[in-house]
Design a protein around this ligand. Structure first.
Ligand SMILES: [Zn+2]
Length: 363
């Protein structure tokens, strides 16, 4: 069974309560030994990603909380002389891939009897959490930077949760919600808590099913790193059971104005000193201190992949180029298209581009 533990001191996640960091050392929580996946335990009668429920590490009696997440289309394409496949994660119920992690996270909350929680987000995770909280009847407060896009703020409020606007960059919203957590609120953090990783890993299972083969390369935007790490864990689980033989090359894409993992991987640890939380239209990856950075860096390097940083002036044209091909995504999602222009020639096919969030959220 998939289990969770502190990445630092290896203490198992406690059976009761809902700490967002290790109660002993404050370390970041993660998977104990990767995701335990077995094709024979797939429950094909369950909706969307819930057919892989056995791999989520949920308690036996955890309820299914579903709005139809998962099973997103994979659309074939051609570009730069390469065979491409676009994974339309923006067609998830709240308009972003975050729903894959939120569904098992909210199931964990219910299994532990929690009816009241706080969360913070640049927008997409907040909207996703609001949607699933509404579905599950959980009372939620979501802290969002005051510069989050209007549509995302409207969406969060429409689900009936309390929206708390915090001035300043995204890190300020994170600090505010941690303060709330210290005064007793349950912090259902999509970034700190590891419960969403097995949900995100279902992208890998779907890709192999839809392609009928292992992708050669996978490109995804990277903020805290949960998306690409979750995908990597999914491919590892498939490899461990012999369903696939090789891992795809993983490419993590950041906005040049806030690109800590690109800086670290190309210039070493000293480069982190000059990485700032710069303003970027790619709001979803404006994360200066990625919580899963070390883990993701190791995974990307061992896959033979790399990190790419995209200059600001290239992000919106990349968004427009995807829209002209019928794919309307938000600027953060378009990072992968700009990156592909630079490195397509070195990537193995088929090349999968994860399109993370809907363009309707950024208008
Ligand atoms: Zn610990």
């Amino acid at each position: 069974m998939t289990t969770f533990a502190c990445r630092n001191c290896h203490r198992p996640y406690p059976e009761h309560g809902f700490p967002y960091r290790c109660p002993r050392c404050g370390g970041v929580l993660g998977l104990t030994e990767g995701i335990q996946f077995s094709r024979g335990q797939t429950e094909s009668e369950l909706p969307g990603l819930w057919r892989y429920r056995h791999s989520f590490g949920l308690p036996e009696d955890a309820p299914i909380v579903s709005l139809g997440e998962g099973d997103t289309p994979l659309v074939a394409g051609q570009g730069f002389g390469k065979k491409l496949a676009f994974k339309l994660e923006y067609l998830n119920p709240s308009g972003s891939f975050k729903d894959r992690g939120t569904a098992p996270l909210v199931s964990q909350l219910l299994a532990r009897g929690i009816q009241d929680a706080v969360e913070d987000s640049s927008g997409n995770a907040g909207a996703s959490f609001a949607a699933y909280a509404a579905r599950a009847g959980i009372k939620a407060r979501v802290f969002v930077p005051s510069n989050a896009s209007g549509p995302k703020r409207l969406q969060i409020e429409a689900y009936g949760v309390e929206l708390v606007l915090i001035e300043g960059p995204r890190s300020q919203a994170a600090a505010a919600v941690q303060q709330a957590a210290e005064t007793g609120a349950v912090y259902a953090s999509h970034a700190y808590l590891p419960f969403g990783l097995p949900g995100i890993a279902t992208i890998a299972y779907e890709l192999v099913e839809q392609l009928g083969e292992t992708p050669g390369s996978v490109l995804a935007p990277v903020g805290h790193g949960s998306l690409l790490l979750g995908i990597a864990e999914g491919f590892s689980a498939l490899q461990a059971t012999g369903i696939i033989q090789n891992q795809p090359r993983l490419v993590g894409v950041q906005a040049r104005r806030c690109a800590p993992l690109w800086a670290l991987s190309t210039q070493g640890a000293a480069a982190l000193a000059w990485v700032i939380e710069g303003e970027t239209v790619a709001q979803g990856v404006r994360v200066r201190q990625p919580l899963r950075g070390d883990e993701l860096l190791a995974r990307v390097e061992s896959s033979g992949g790399r990190f790419v940083a995209v200059e600001e002036e290239r992000i919106l044209p990349a968004r427009d180029a995807l829209a002209l091909a019928g794919l309307f995504v938000e600027p953060t999602s378009a990072l992968v298209w700009a990156a592909l222009q630079d490195i397509a020639s070195e990537l193995a096919e088929p090349i999968v581009l994860i399109l993370t969030g809907s363009g309707l959220k950024a208008v």
